[in-house]
Write a protein that binds this ligand. Structure first.
Ligand SMILES: [Cu+2]
Length: 123
């Protein structure tokens, strides 16, 4: 699972057009229970979303940020309980999620595009 995550991070970095990869070094010694902010790069262009339904592991209570790069403003829907509706602007913006306090799978979606961006595997 860890290896899959690492390659996901690499893939996301490769997709990111802006510099700044490397500041969020996830591959370090961090054992279980890490509460470092999980940063997920999201690119929304036209009617395509990257990532598109990938699973991302997070810990219960871990801070989560979406770094959204979009060609138009919109809204992200987080199927946590309670649900979260988070707006983003055109260009690059950082969207903070309220940490999720229960284990489970939480879908993060764009309803406008009818796409699942990521599924958070909260454990
Ligand atoms: Cu939704």
């Amino acid at each position: 699972m860890r290896r899959a995550l690492a390659s996901l991070a690499v893939a996301l970095c490769a997709l990111s057009l802006t510099a700044g990869c490397g500041s969020d070094d996830d591959g370090g010694s961090g054992g279980s229970g890490s509460k470092e902010t999980k940063v997920i790069d999201v690119t929304i262009k036209g009617d395509s979303v990257t990532p598109n339904g990938d699973r991302v592991d997070v810990s219960v209570g871990q801070p989560i940020e979406l770094k959204v790069t979009a060609d138009a403003a919109g809204e992200i829907h987080v199927h946590s309980s309670p649900e979260q509706e988070l707006e983003y602007d055109e260009g690059t913006s950082t969207v903070k999620l309220t940490p999720i306090d229960k284990p489970g799978t939480v879908d993060v979606e764009s309803h406008a595009l009818e796409k699942t961006i990521v599924q958070l595997e909260v454990r």
